[in-house]
Write a protein of this length. Sequence first.
Lengths: 461, 205
Amino acid sequence: MTSEKVKNMKYIFHPKGIAVVGASTKPDKLGNIVLKHLVGEGFEGKVYPVNPKYDRILGMKCYSDVTKIKGKVDCVVIATPAPTVPKIIQQCGKKKVRGVIVLSGGFGEVGNIELESKLKETAERYDIACIGPNCLGVFDPYTDVDSLFFPRYKLQRPGPGDISFVTQSGAVGECIMDLAAHYGIGVSKFISYGNGTVLDESDVLEYLERDKKTKQVILYIEGVKDGKKLFERIKKVNKKKPVVVLKAGKYGKALEAAMSHTGNIAGNYLAYKAAFRQTKVTEAEDIEELFDFVKIFGQPLPKGKRIGVITNGGGLGVLTTDAIEEQGLLTSVFGKDTEKKLREVVPAHRNIGNPLDVAADANVELYKNSLDVFMGDRGVDGIIVAVLFQSPAINEDIVDVLVKASDDRRKPIVVVAVGGSYTDNYRRILEGKGVPTYGSPLGAVKAMKRFVDYSLSKKNK
Amino acid sequence: MLEEFRLLEKHGFKLLPYKVVKTLNEAVATAEKMGYPVAMKVVSSEISHKTDVGGVKINIRNHIALKLAFKEIMENAKGKMVEGILIQKMARKGVELIVGGKKDPQFGYMVVLGLGGIYVEVFRDISARICPINEKDVEEMVQELKAHPLITGARGKKPINFKSLKQLLIRTCGFLKKEDIKELDLNPVVFDSKGCDIIDVRFTR
């Protein structure tokens, strides 16, 4: 049974009216930045500044508290000093506000546990979906609800997509957002939940499990309050939508001395690692790997672990097949039929094998024909195309060939693009068209391995 | 040690035959009945590190060696309260694993599997799962170990008895929960193709 507070999260992402409590006229204040984003960008609902000190802010009427607002307010963003927050939430409750985002810090994280309990009690009394405190809040590119108090010229916002980010840390969260925008990766919802006082990571995941716009979830956590709850939730969500998790704070000092071998070797991270393995979620080691994995999880699920490699750069193919071996994937062995078909498209003096080295003088046409054969071979579960873009025989038509093959959506296709700014330009173009592209063979293979693992774990259930 | 043994037995763990004896005659009779080779360990609440004081003798193959060992252990324990000597059948030869358990503050009870014996803290080649677990979890735990070829059969060696490993890990989960164990080491547990022997146990509540 989904709780009211989780259901009420929809008012945070789809509010008819938003109030900003602690709205300010001073440009460097959170209450000013958030207000500007809400009125100056694409948000279509009503926006109400609240601050007893002002009559007007940015030319809008300013209210002394939320209960004074006449119109419907579904969501309230609070950016006032911590001690004032519980009372404001109570006013929200009276005004029948369903969603609250508390940006303010100064609660449990600095020892004010009592104040945080008061916040929790108040929000729960009214079944308010409360994000925070001590967080960046949310960003939804579809509705332009944006409580991120970083100016847009410094922190780019990603466009609409189907990946949702859930983060405990605001700092890491905003870096990921900025990078997503930079890489051209679209986002469904961004949620920085801070102390997770009312809605914790598991509650947020529960909402995203049902969210139609979310096809994939990324989770950044340092620690959780209720591991069992998280365990059950990520297990459920991951069966429907892949969850990629980045866990920080792995190697903190043990709190007490252990008496056994097990106690000594099993630091606090081992339990997290066990939980991730058991629930089949995909764990990334750092932010870069996180993006490597995220990119491929939008591809069609591979049926097995046999990979076909095509390259016009011999060494790139060898590095790729080495990585395939090392990561525990398999290189496809071509059947007679495939060999015959390849023989028809590949010039007579070339060897046919996997990796298929179409050689440095190969043109786009040869790439296209070879890809077609790979696509039709049931013994190939996934394809890695290691393109030497620097080759004189390769021109911009390669983009079309790769995108068409990828759009066919029969099997996952990724591209390896190693090189400087010229090659990097291709990487960006391909990424923008939804073809996962990697700067190194190992990066591509690692991502493929995790994707195969995920796909097979689903099959085995 | 004896208390730990009894508690494990209560929870269905199969231990090597053991008996505490007080006299030399009793020791000989017990060993003959169990069958050689046997191990002998001093039982004393005043001695915590038995090996360090010469309170442990292993691989005793006949009654002559047993008599010598008995006298030597008693000699080494002089001045301490000795409750008896534990005679235990020697374990099989095979792959030494550690089966551990821990209560994690976030996730609750978890089981740990690794290459056992003295290198466990050096290589830290371990895998873990949150309880409860099923047979599939055990298979994945084994696959996660770098040392897994030792378990699944390397260089012409027979694989270890998987059924007993699965039973042991699943039983350990139940034991941790029922007895509310904070930390547990079954180390080492020796596996061969037929089964396993738990050699030593340690736990705290």
